[in-house]
Write a protein that binds this ligand. Structure first.
Ligand code: UDX
Length: 435
């Protein structure tokens, strides 16, 4: 099938490369000329495991090209994917200007009937608006489809090539048939294929992300109670998770959730619910508990340091989660801001996100080696659970820190091992190990 992908950000690029991999002929369109030039030179604009290889393979096959010429992108396409950004407005509502522009671009350049797919996360009923724009700008028949993406940063390529589920919302049988054909190579026994109406698909995406955020906040609320009672939140989560009705995933207490999706999607879902007449206050509470998780970590560092002025605090991990260089809405960077404001000297190390972090927090001093970063620090804070941090040489680390104090905001280390290594070890929702 001939496909146009409008928008070459995280979702667009992974979608384009995946569709090319499964045999479709794909043109990625972006109005950002420098981004397109970079892609034409064969370089992924961001780090995502396996993406560079997938792009290389797709380009070599001749099935994936990029352009900033809208006509060239849309002209031959039977299906166009809208994969543009849907950022938050200051009031939490979603800014859908890029979606409106993408729909306009598709409408203006279409020379045949087309299926237009919303891949970007959008509020329920956005498809009606997209359809209106397409009909206003184009002369052809457009079927709008909602096909939300569930890929996670850090495993986006694997998620895209081996999806657990595929969700397609359409209001006509022909569009459903086209989408089923398009995804046929990915449909295996293990994949649940949901074919629904458009509104159900749009809403389901926000429901999924809000529920996952709810699990994280539930774990963080439990962590506060465990800290006050001496219980162990990791053991509580394991016990809860052994009940298949609950599941263990997304019950890790820590520094709270961040990233491009959860904060924005929760705010958007809250606004939509209100607009539709439902006061979804539970979503406010999820956000409040999430903020509290960060404040709690800050309070632990402050308590351990007494005065933060002149203290050298090293943050291990700056991305919002492991496996990515993305620092959007990153809890570690929010923590860095709080520490800088409190007068601390903040040092950061991250296997991938150092440069992006520095661009966001000018006062952050970035090192490209964890031991160099930790040299002389008064406190080491584990902010992102990169697996390689668990392999650090604890004896060496203890030798170079000014104070052997570790605040483990992701419960990465084993408390007994940390006690054995001679650290004051302050985890989340588990008893502190004091020297
Ligand atoms: C999320 C959804 O998982 C994905 O389906 C959707 O398409 C986009 O949004 P992503 O933002 O990449 O994906 O990250 P995810 O792995 O879901 O983690 C979100 C945040 O929650 C991270 O900051 C992570 O550190 C945090 N988290 C996750 C926890 O704090 N505890 C957990 O137990 C799980």
């Amino acid at each position: 099938m001939k496909i146009a992908v409008v928008g070459t950000g995280h979702v667009g690029l992974v979608t384009a490369a995946t569709l090319a991999r499964i045999g479709h002929v794909v043109v990625g369109f972006d109005d950002d000329r420098s981004k397109v030039d970079r892609l034409l030179a064969g370089k992924s604009p961001f780090y995502e495991p396996g993406l560079q290889e997938l792009l290389d393979e797709a380009s070599a096959s001749g099935r994936l090209t990029f352009t900033h010429d809208p006509q060239g992108a849309i002209r031959d396409a039977e299906v166009a994917f809208i994969c543009v950004g849907t950022p938050s407005r200051p009031d939490g509502d979603v800014n859908l200007l890029a979606v409106e522009r993408a729909a306009g671009t598709i409408g203006e350049n279409a020379i045949r009937d087309m299926v237009v797919v919303e891949k970007s996360t959008v509020p329920v009923q956005t498809a009606d608006r997209v359809k209106t724009i397409l009909q206003r700008t184009g002369r052809h028949r457009f079927s709008v489809v909602s096909n939300p993406e569930f890929l996670r940063e850090g495993s986006a390529v694997a998620d895209s090539l081996h999806p657990v589920r595929i969700l397609v919302g359409a209001n006509d049988d022909e569009a459903h048939r086209v989408m089923r054909d398009l995804y046929e190579p990915l449909i295996r026994d293990s994949v649940v294929y949901h074919a629904t109406d458009i509104s159900t698909a749009e809403l389901a995406k926000h429901a999924c992300n809000a529920f996952l955020a709810l699990k994280v906040s539930f774990a963080n609320a439990l962590a506060r109670i465990c800290e006050a009672s001496g219980a162990d939140v990791v053991a509580v989560a394991d016990i809860m998770g052994s009940d298949p009705r609950i599941g263990r995933a997304f019950l890790d207490a820590g520094l709270g959730y961040g990233g491009y999706c959860f904060p924005k999607d929760l705010a958007a879902f809250r606004t939509q619910a209100t607009r539709l007449g439902y006061d979804f206050r539970l979503l406010d509470e999820i956000v409040r508990i999430n903020d509290q998780a960060l404040e709690s970590t800050f309070a632990k560092i402050k308590e351990a340091m007494w005065n933060l002025e002149d203290k050298r605090i090293v943050l291990l991990g700056l991305s919002f989660k492991p496996g990515t260089d993305d620092v959007r809405e990153s809890p570690p960077l929010r923590l860095a801001h709080l520490l800088v404001e409190a007068g601390a000297r903040v040092i950061g190390y991250d296997p991938r996100a150092g440069a992006n972090a520095k661009a966001e927090v000018a006062d952050l001093e970035i090192f490209d080696d964890p031991y160099a970063a930790a040299e002389g620090a008064h406190c080491l804070v584990v902010c992102t659970e990169w697996p390689e941090f668990a392999e650090l040489d604890l004896v060496k680390l203890k030798g170079i820190l000014t104070n052997p104090i570790v605040v483990d905001a992701r419960n990465l280390f084993d408390p007994e091992v940390m006690a054995g290594a001679g650290f004051t070890y302050i985890p989340v929702g588990r008893p502190t190990v004091n020297l």
